[in-house]
Design a protein around this ligand. Structure first.
Ligand code: AMP
Length: 395
């Protein structure tokens, strides 16, 4: 990683504004999944142990620039106090008098959590004055929220971008995301296999284009595959298919040939006569009959994909192989997750549905890395520079 991390600077006695991702599910004031909070602990603990004054900030949900009790971060400060074994102070405003006073009163090793950044519309608007206010009294900016690193918001980029805080570094979570995913893209152990699935080709054109420059094998499953199968002249029946992207799919298939990338598409599909778990269903090879839609990959495809994964040294996976929300069409997604759990390859799960599938199936600890950002990891795989990373100091 060519960006500085908290370990590269002196933080003792410094007031550090740490952008974390505390966008956790909360029901009736109770946090129902603490994964993201736990993910932020190593950076916070490190700063506390080094005697920094820690000011945490995050968004939660989509309060649309207004105060909304439903989205208060207060329950998180209580949870954090438990994890850290010390009281985490809470400021019920972000840039107001209370926050200013609380920041000024911090002693070395203290932790303060500011209220939800998105109670201010200026946060997402990356408003300069808001950035300035957020930076008041701050010596060091630490970004540890990979999930929002693809956004140029005040707290994810602005405070450093506008130069209000000169020292800007990555926390451990972002550092790991960049080193594992960046390492795989720049210097992969080969064979390097990428598996892409999910609903739409249009969402992943940039990713496919970039990965075709890097991988040895590109596997396409999920609804995305039908646009490619149509480009190959197959009948896809009533499957989800982006007709306006068929030409592009042909170009991508040709690019794979030129780049000598092994391009794997489904050989057979589990199809249904309606979009429902209980619809009539069967498995077909080749063409999908009219009135039927492909909702999962079939057994021959699972075998072929599993074989490619077995031989890989690096695997990146983003997107389900079928409508995994329906039990009857989750087989392909489960099989890919299982194949990844068995390989010795470096395995990287690109957030979102694939991360959820791997976790639900109990394979999370078998993976090298599960990205904490669906959108951010896609943009990273696309080769784009993330604003939340671009604003950090170079090594
Ligand atoms: P994405 O957000 O692009 O990764 O897409 C995830 C969604 O794609 C999931 O909700 C899946 O149900 C859906 N999906 C995957 N395969 C299919 C398919 N064959 N037909 C319809 N939807 C699919």
């Amino acid at each position: 990683m060519n960006k500085k991390s908290v370990k590269d600077i002196d933080v003792t006695g410094k007031t550090c504004l740490v952008r974390v991702d505390f966008n956790v599910p909360i029901k009736d004031g109770v946090i129902t999944d603490t994964t993201r909070i736990e993910g932020a602990i190593p950076t916070i603990k490190y700063l506390v142990d080094k005697g920094a004054k820690v000011v945490l900030c995050s968004h939660l949900g989509r309060p649309k620039g207004e105060f909304n009790l439903k989205y208060t971060l207060k329950p998180i400060s209580d949870k954090l106090s438990e994890y850290l074994g010390k009281t985490v102070k809470f400021s019920s405003d972000v840039i107001g008098a209370e926050a200013k006073k609380a920041k000024a009163e911090l002693k070395n090793g203290d932790v303060l959590l500011l209220e939800n950044l998105r109670f201010h519309k200026e946060e997402e608007g990356n408003d300069k004055e808001f950035c300035k206010a957020l930076s008041e009294g701050i010596d060091v900016y630490v970004n540890d929220a990979f999930g929002t690193a693809h956004r140029a918001h005040a707290s994810t980029a602005g405070v450093a971008q506008y130069g209000f805080v000169k020292t800007a570094v990555a926390g451990f979570l972002i550092e790991k995301e960049l080193s594992v995913m960046g390492g795989a893209l720049e210097n992969p152990k080969r064979p390097f296999v990428a598996i892409l699935g999910g609903a739409k080709v249009s969402d992943k054109i940039g990713v496919i284009n970039n990965l075709l420059e890097k991988v040895d094998t590109l596997i396409i499953g999920g609804a995305m595959a039908y646009t490619f199968l149509k480009a190959q002249g197959k009948n896809v029946g009533a499957s989800l298919c982006e007709n306006d992207k068929v030409e592009l799919a042909t170009e991508l298939i040709n690019k794979a040939k030129i780049k000598k990338v092994n391009f794997l598409l489904p050989l057979d599909n589990k199809i249904a006569d309606a979009f429902s778990n209980d619809a009539n269903q069967k498995t077909v090879e080749g063409n999908i009959p009219d009135g039927w839609q492909g909702l999962d990959i079939g057994p021959k495809t699972i075998a072929a994909f599993t074989e490619a994964i077995k031989d890989a040294k690096t695997v990146i996976w983003n997107g389900p192989m079928g409508v995994f929300e329906f039990e009857n069409f989750a087989t392909g997604t489960k099989a890919v997750a299982e194949a990844l759990s068995k390989t010795k390859a470096t395995t990287i799960i690109g957030g979102g549905d694939s991360a959820a599938a791997v976790t639900q199936l109990g394979y999370a600890d078998k993976m090298t890395h599960i990205s904490t950002g669906g959108g951010a990891s896609l943009e990273f795989l696309e080769g784009l520079e993330l604003p939340g990373v671009a604003c950090l100091n170079e090594k």
